[in-house]
Design a protein around this ligand. Structure first.
Ligand SMILES: [Fe+2]
Ligand SMILES: [Fe+2]
Length: 282
């Protein structure tokens, strides 16, 4: 049974989340170091290595099929040299956000959200390398963050679990059900969070419009994320079994991706998931 909350809206949800970390500390430090034009690789290595689990995650990711190094990468310095600064920055921000998903007791829903977000990030990166090189940097982190509004809602809106359960049982779109039940949805909560965290405007636009990319001021990147999001749902990496066929086709068409290439991307994704299961554990 879903109880309607009278005073609930996207802004009030965001108001409630004072405890929600603005951004993990190591990520803030890394951004600070890279902003300084005279930074040294040692500063970066030192900063990341203070966080042991993050270091392990960066090494795991650098060795994964996603980056396929010619030889195994065993040190942070090698990882930074191989991946380059901007990729390392993205990885650190992304991987440190993993703790947001797993904070406290890990529920099946958090696990599913993390899996869906990471798969969307991987798919977005694969697609951007192929079709939209200029967004190779942003695509991974945006794939990871596109549903950050659902993560916030899952921890702060009592009705959210019921909405997901209901959507699962009736094979409905969670996004639409949020709107009908609460009067707002995760794209509003997520985009408000982007604003609050002072993320670049393109992040705000992609998060806000990823379910209706044609309305986005950043159409190209929003369609790329929308395509990845829907393809992941279609491939079985969603929080429910529903996938938005209309939006999947619309973004596929916008990006001029043939059915053969789409199948190829889907197979690569299934392959990466099989090989890199470790990455998906919270
Ligand atoms: Fe979404
Ligand atoms: Fe999604």
């Amino acid at each position: 049974m879903i109880i309607m909350s009278d005073n609930l809206n996207a802004a009030s949800v965001l108001e409630k989340i004072k405890d929600f970390p603005p951004m993990p500390q190591t990520a803030i430090q890394v951004i600070k170091i890279l902003k300084n034009p005279d930074y040294h690789i040692t500063d970066l290595t030192l900063c990341i290595s203070k966080d042991i689990s993050l270091t392990a995650e960066v090494l795991k990711m650098a060795n994964s099929g996603l980056y396929s190094p010619p030889n195994p990468i065993t040190t942070l310095k090698q990882a930074i040299t191989y991946l380059g600064m901007s990729q390392v920055k993205n990885l650190v921000i992304s991987l440190s956000s993993k703790t947001l998903y797993g904070a406290g007791q890990v529920r099946l829903l958090d696990q599913k959200l993390w899996e869906h977000s990471l798969m969307t990030a991987i798919c977005s990166r694969l697609c951007s390398i192929r079709f939209m090189k200029k967004y190779a940097e942003e695509s991974f982190i945006l794939g990871l963050m596109h549903d950050i509004g659902q993560l916030i809602m899952s921890k702060n809106v009592d009705e959210f679990e019921d909405i997901v359960r209901n959507a699962y049982n009736k094979n409905l779109n969670v996004y639409q059900l949020e709107q009908e039940t609460l009067g707002f949805n995760h794209t509003e909560v997520g985009s408000l969070a982007m604003k609050k965290w002072e993320m670049p405007e393109i992040f705000y636009n992609v998060v806000k419009f990823h379910h209706n990319p044609d309305e986005s001021p950043a159409k190209d990147l929003t369609h790329l994320i929308s395509f990845s999001n829907n393809l992941c749902n279609y491939a079985g990496f969603g929080i429910t079994e529903y996938y938005d066929e209309e939006n999947l086709n619309k973004s596929q068409e916008y990006l001029e991706i043939s059915n053969e290439v789409r199948d190829e991307i889907q197979n690569t994704l299934l392959d990466i998931f099989e090989k890199e299961k470790e990455l998906f554990k919270i």
